[in-house]
Design a protein around this ligand. Structure first.
Ligand SMILES: Nc1ncnc2c1ncn2[C@@H]1O[C@H](COP(=O)(O)OP(=O)(O)OP(=O)(O)O)[C@@H](O)[C@H]1O
Ligand SMILES: [Mg+2]
Length: 313
């Protein structure tokens, strides 16, 4: 669906030093997948996305989107994609509904269809009640939602979304995750960028990891997870005082528990799958006063250490 080969970008005019924002990136986004493009700030995610969306010309390399060359056939590419920029720009004095109508005209949709589609999409992204508000009165999260509606307007087979969940509140995150799942089920191919590992782990079927303009890993969720190895293994943080040695030893025998370490505040339990509930039940049954059970997040930094053998610098 998206084929990228040796894609390179040098922002000469601004930087003048010939540094490569994107350095020979090669990867493939298979049809009907949710591909998470993961990398720290400045890795080259937005640069890649803007090139794929045909807003920025590459310095070198090639890319095809839905079978169309991004340089030779930009119009065909634009028809095939719904693109949401990192910071969607809207006209401050136009309402959400007016924006969608305007973009519908751009896509040459007939009036009745534009209206119906605008209403449907504003409801879908949770802006139904805000449809008559001007864009300048929209919050950041609301602008993101409107950006999503705009990307979906012409019902494109491919969505290219730059940090779509950035700045969303927890409800927004859940809404967004469910929306991605529904769109994936409908058969769309989704390419989205993020710097939050846990987010792409939950949303995406495939992952590409970019660091300093180079692709350091690509593959299915499972393949990347396997390469992350112990760094990505879930750890339960058990807050409890006075855990007897017998309980710690016993815990080591619980299925899927791979290691138990003591901390000032309790125990750190390494697992090869999330068996927090079983761990908690085991301790409670032994009379341990468990005050809290949390899942430790794997940070993007941990992931990079596992994937590249060194910390991102
Ligand atoms: N318009 C520009 N002119 C000059 N340099 C740029 C421009 N846009 C990006 N860069 C540089 O290119 C590199 C990659 O930036 P890019 O915006 O693609 O990163 P990113 O992965 O999207 O980061 P973030 O997570 O912060 O959004 C950075 O070194 C950045 O400084
Ligand atoms: Mg970016």
């Amino acid at each position: 669906m998206i084929d990228v080969e040796g894609l390179t970008k040098v922002y000469q005019r601004v930087r003048g030093d010939g540094a490569k924002a994107l350095d020979g990136a090669t990867f493939h986004v298979p049809d009907r997948t949710v591909f998470g493009f993961l990398g720290p700030n400045g890795a080259g995610k937005t640069t890649t996305i803007r090139i794929l969306a045909t807003v920025l010309p590459p310095t070198d390399g090639r890319a095809r989107v839905a079978g169309h060359d991004i340089v030779a056939e930009p119009i065909a590419v634009q028809r095939s994609i719904g693109y949401m920029p990192e910071y969607p720009g809207f006209y401050p004095t136009m309402t959400g509904a007016q924006h969608l109508d305007y973009w519908g005209q751009f896509h040459k949709m007939p009036r009745a269809e534009r209206r119906a589609r605008a209403k449907e999409l504003l409801d879908l992204v949770g802006l139904g009640d805000e449809r008559k508000k001007k864009a300048k009165a929209y919050s950041h999260g609301m602008l993101k939602r409107l950006g999503l509606a705009q990307a979906l307007l012409h019902n494109p087979p491919i969505l290219i979304l730059d940090e779509p969940s950035g700045g969303l509140d927890p409800y927004g995150m859940i809404f967004f995750r469910n929306l991605m799942r529904d769109l994936h089920r409908e058969g769309k191919t989704i390419f989205l960028s993020s710097h939050i590992l846990s987010e792409v782990q939950q949303t995406c079927t495939h992952l590409g990891v970019i660091h300093k303009g180079r692709i350091v890993a690509t593959g299915t969720h499972e393949e990347i997870q396997a390469r992350l190895g112990p760094a990505a293994a879930p750890k339960a943080l058990i807050e409890a005082s006075e855990v007897p040695g017998s309980a710690v030893d016993g815990l080591r025998g619980v299925a899927h528990v791979t290691d138990v370490a003591r901390a000032d505040w309790g125990l750190i339990v390494s697992m090869d799958s999330d068996v927090r509930a079983e761990v908690n039940a085991f301790l409670v049954n032994r009379g341990v006063a468990v005050r809290g059970v949390k899942l430790a997040e794997v940070t993007l930094e941990d992931a990079f250490v596992a994937l590249t053998g060194g910390k991102p610098t």
